[in-house]
Design a protein around this ligand. Sequence first.
Ligand SMILES: [Zn+2]
Length: 646
Amino acid sequence: MFLGTCGQQYFNEILRSGIKTKISAGGDFMNKLHFTFGPVQSFVSQARRTIDLFSGSFLLSYLAAAAIKAIQDAGGKIVFPEVEKDPLMQAIKGEEKGFVEVGSLPNRFEAKIPQEKTEDIARRASRALEDAWNNLAGEVKRLLDKEASELINNEFGKIWDRQIKNFWEVNWVIGDQPRLLDIRKNIRNFPQQEEPGEKCNQCGERQALCNKDKADKKETRRYWNKFAKKINENHALTFRLDGAERLCAVCAVKRLIAVVRPYPWKVPEHYPSVSTMATLTWKDVVINKSQEHKDVLKEVEKYVQAMEEAKLPFSDSIKAFPHWKELAERDKSRVIEKFLRLDGEWLFKESFVKSEFPGKKDDLTIAKSKKVAADFVKTMKEKWQIEKPSAFFALLVMDGDRMGKLISDFTRDSAKISQALADFSIEEVPGIIQEYHGKLIYAGGDDVLALLPVDKALYCAKIIAKAYKDAFEKRTPPEIKKRATISAGIIYAHHKTPLGILLKDGHDLLDNVAKEETGRNAFALRVWKRNGPILTYSRKWKEINCLEQFQKVFKDYPNRFLYKFRDMPFLNELLGGNDDLQSILTAALLKSREAKLERIKAEELALKFYRVISSCGEQKKLDLDGPLFIRFINQEVPYANNIGTS
Ligand SMILES: [Zn+2]
């Protein structure tokens, strides 16, 4: 086996003396190349806006595509994943010049390569990846040079080059054992770059861009105050103003690549904010109502006019949701179109603060538009029974259970497995996410990452889990398909919670709760209020219907009562004795000042409570986070059709 890395002629002498694995392919000897690059998790999760998340995963796929193309051009064949159907791969090869919606290639792949060329091809792939990255970063730098030339000097250039060059660590090994790659990755070659001065406030790792080396916070802030204003002149809303955002070169590339879009094919021009995602279902309900009642449309119009007068920006959000495009086209007055193009955050009073207001900044305008927005929400509630819009959105993270093990146990069938995964991620997932009004961030192989409205996220995940099974059902033999399951982590978060933290927690929820604790083939839900997580609920997919039972039973329970009960440690021990638990529940219900129940009602509730809790779940434990989750959904989106399980 051979171990290589990009940028250096580095070989581990001991490992080098190992024997290369030979694979006979039609008489020629082929070597197997395992290729990977990173950092991946931090590159994607260091995000302040949804566009950063999207760009991060799209760039990773783009760089993978560049390396894959170099291997194919030099006579190599990609054996994992299946790339022939991949839209980004087709676009990069010039076979398709259409629209690439989302990143879909992983940062790790395997190829078969003619024996005599293996090392050469591996190096070429590394170089192609580096070149692709440098070219993209170069396009962004050109934009900055053009738009903010007076703010860019030598020092700026030095910081830029230091951070962009050698950002990626590329690793490859030649041999039959993919685990060699993990060994290789642990042999680090690059010393960590020294990063002086004020750090980027997106990643916290690298120095924020500035025209001075070792600039402190004050200097950096002053610099970004001017820099952001300059860039925003021609590219509205790219950066937050007043020096509130101070990015390094890598984070700036992620933000600005969405402005530059230097590809010969189309990519999404707009990525909806989490506030827009949170308020999506509410807007749908209001628009539905406005089609029956002209008075509702008038209220919408009043709101839209006030926001327009305050010079709030209209985004391209209708392009992000096909059903919004239809709604907008149906209304000739264009009121609905404008309503949908306003960011969801302009339905919340707390958004109308001077420092972050992107419209007309005088106190009177801000106060006036704030009042109109508040009155609009109030009128919808009082006159039209549409409760206030939810401030929560859902982040969905899914991946296949024990995928690495499945592939290594069935190496001979790896082509069939890749076929199934390609069917799943390319043909099934994007359509399902769209149907549930979500926005896909990444779908490739067995991985899915998406944003969704809270009322639809769980059911959407359930449909995706079924699509995963179906894809394996069609393509693979029985011993594989019975092991092909997928798990999901769903974070329900307040729209002001930092995205990077949520993404990390989403992966933690998926790996440690849905997979480790619940045993895979499972979902895990977690609700984050502004101050942090308040509940976590996880079950196998087959027990998802429990939530519907909770829905029926627990609607009469006072909220605080459920929380109080959840935190009583001795209740689980009592669950074995039916009578005890029931009488304790009855007593607690009677005591609850919030509930104000008569004895007979309390007894009835206690019985129902006991029955549903003990019939739901194999673990027979009193888990009130399920009922609490249902309460949360009902309170957040009472105007939605269902709770998101069916
Ligand atoms: Zn950064």
